[in-house]
Design a protein around this ligand. Structure first.
Ligand SMILES: Cc1cc2nc3c(=O)[nH]c(=O)nc-3n(C[C@H](O)[C@H](O)[C@H](O)COP(=O)(O)OP(=O)(O)OC[C@H]3O[C@@H](n4cnc5c(N)ncnc54)[C@H](O)[C@@H]3O)c2cc1C
Length: 377
C-alpha cells in the first residue's frame, strides 16, 4: 500500500517547475495552483494582466489532485435544499455550473468522461429526499431521471461527469503558460498583504491584485477568513484494476457522504465516511486515519462489492462554510480569498476563482452576481 499518495498521480511524469527565489512583480499574483488558481490565472491573462502563479508544492498537489474526480452540477447543497436557502438564485447557480461542465468538456475532452452521475438512496429518509430533489429539479427544468439498477435506486443526473483531476490540471497549467502566465512550484507563501506576497525564502512578489485560491489553506493564508471556514479532512482509497464490478458512472450515497467511481482502467476510487467520525475529521491533519479508512474498506467490500486489492489511501484538506456557499471576497484592498467549497470544488471552484479574477480586474461577473444575491437574506 502506498501511504497518503493519491492514485491520480500513478503514471504521471511531469517535470517540476522551478521555484521563485527572487523578488518579482506582476499585475496579478495567484496563490495556489489547484483547479481554482489555474482558472483564475487563465482568466486574468485573458483580461490582459501580467500573471505570476505560485504553489507551495506541485500543481494539483493538494485537493485538486486528491479528490474523487466527480464533476457535478449544482452547488454543495442538493438543489431542493438550495431552493429553500437561496430561493430563485438556486436554479440560476445550478445553470452556471452546467455551463461550466460544458466548458470543461470542451476544454479537456481527453481528461474528462461524461456518463452522468447517480445518487442512490439507502433508507426511507434518503428516498424521500431524492423525491424532493427530483421534484425541485423538474420544476426548475434541470435534467434529472429516476434510476433503478445494479448500483441501487435513486436519481441520474445526465449532465454530470468525472475527470482525471491531475491530468486535467496539468493540461490547464500548460495552457496558462502558453497564454503567458508564469507559474512556479515549490514556492511557499508565508504572508499576504495589500500589494505584496511574502515567500518563506524571503523573496517578495509585488502585485496590486492578489488572488488566494487555496480552499484548504485559505484560513491560514488569510486569517481574517478563518471565522467563515471550517477546516475538514476528506479521505479516499483506490483499488487495483478489477472487473469484479462494473460501475459505469460516478455514484454517491448516504446524502453524498460516500462517493465512488470506476476509472476506465478498472480501478475503483471510493471516498467519504466523514460522518462516521465527524469530530475527528474537523482537523488540520491531512493524513488518512484508521477509523475512516476502516469504514471505506467496509463499504468497498459490502456496498460496492469488489474484492480488489487496495493500493492507495489518502487524505487532503478542504474547507466548509455554514451556509454551504463559497467564500469569494476581498480581505484587504486588492487581496481576494476564494474557497470554502464545502467538499465540491471542482466545478464551483473554477467558477468562483474566474469570477474573482474578473471582478478584481474591473470586469463584471454574472456568476458572482447571482452568488451575491443568494447570500442576501
Ligand atoms: C478526498 C477529497 C475528495 C473530493 N472529491 C471531490 C469531488 O469528487 N468533486 C468535487 O467537485 N470536489 C471534490 N473535493 C473538493 C475539491 O477537491 C476541492 O474543493 C478543490 O480541489 C479545491 O480547489 P483549490 O484549487 O481551491 O484547492 P487545492 O487544490 O487544494 O489548491 C490549493 C493549492 O494551494 C497551495 N498552497 C497552500 N498553501 C500555500 C502556501 N502557503 N503558499 C503557496 N501555495 C499554497 C497548495 O499546495 C495547493 O496546491 C474533494 C476533496 C477531497 C480532499
Amino acid at each position: 500500500m502506498t501511504a497518503n499518495t493519491s492514485a491520480w498521480w500513478d503514471g504521471i511524469e511531469h517535470p517540476v517547475r522551478p521555484s521563485l527565489t527572487h523578488d518579482a512583480e506582476a499585475d496579478v499574483c495567484v496563490v495556489g495552483l489547484g483547479g481554482s488558481g489555474l482558472s483564475a490565472a487563465r482568466e486574468a491573462r485573458a483580461l490582459g494582466a501580467r500573471v505570476i502563479g505560485v504553489d507551495a508544492g506541485r500543481i494539483a498537489g493538494q485537493a485538486a489532485g486528491r479528490n474523487g474526480g466527480l464533476l457535478l452540477g449544482g452547488m454543495a447543497a442538493f438543489h431542493h435544499d438550495g431552493v429553500t436557502q437561496w430561493g430563485d438564485a438556486a436554479a440560476a447557480l445550478y445553470r452556471f455550473t452546467l455551463e461550466e461542465l460544458l466548458r470543461m468538456r470542451r476544454d479537456t475532452p481527453h481528461e474528462t468522461w461524461w456518463h452522468g452521475s447517480l445518487r442512490v438512496w439507502e433508507d426511507e429518509t434518503e428516498r424521500e429526499d431524492c423525491e424532493r430533489q427530483y421534484t425541485a429539479m423538474q420544476r426548475d427544468g434541470l435534467r434529472v431521471e429516476r434510476y433503478a439498477g445494479p448500483e441501487g435506486v435513486g436519481l441520474v443526473f445526465p449532465d454530470d461527469g468525472a475527470c482525471h483531476p491531475v491530468r486535467r490540471a496539468l493540461v490547464l497549467a500548460a495552457r496558462a503558460e502558453t497564454e503567458g502566465a508564469t507559474l512556479y512550484e515549490q514556492t511557499r507563501v508565508c504572508a499576504v498583504h495589500e500589494g505584496a506576497v511574502e515567500l518563506t525564502n524571503g523573496a517578495v512578489i509585488r502585485a496590486p491584485t492578489i488572488l488566494v485560491c487555496a480552499d484548504g489553506a485559505l484560513a491560514s493564508l488569510l486569517p481574517a477568513a478563518a471565522d467563515r471556514l471550517r477546516q475538514v479532512r476528506l479521505q479516499m482509497l483506490a483499488t487495483a484494476p478489477t472487473d469484479d464490478v462494473q460501475i459505469p458512472r460516478p455514484v454517491y450515497a448516504r446524502f453524498g457522504y460516500d462517493y465512488w467511481q470506476q476509472l476506465p482502467d478498472g480501478r475503483v476510487l471510493l471516498g467519504g465516511g466523514r460522518d462516521q467520525c465527524e469530530a475527528e475529521e474537523y482537523t488540520t491533519r491531512d493524513t488518512p486515519s484508521a477509523s475512516i479508512q476502516g469504514w471505506l474498506e467496509h463499504r468497498l467490500r459490502t456496498r460496492i462489492g469488489t474484492m480488489a486489492a487496495i493500493t492507495h489511501r489518502w487524505a487532503a484538506q478542504v474547507t466548509y462554510t455554514r451556509d454551504e456557499l463559497p467564500v469569494v471576497d476581498t480581505f484587504a484592498p486588492g487581496v481576494w480569498g476564494v474557497g470554502g467549497y464545502s467538499g465540491t470544488g471542482n466545478v464551483v471552484g473554477a467558477l468562483c476563482a474566474r469570477g474573482a479574477a474578473r471582478r478584481s480586474l474591473g470586469a463584471p461577473d454574472a456568476f458572482l452576481d447571482v452568488l451575491d444575491s443568494a447570500r442576501r437574506p
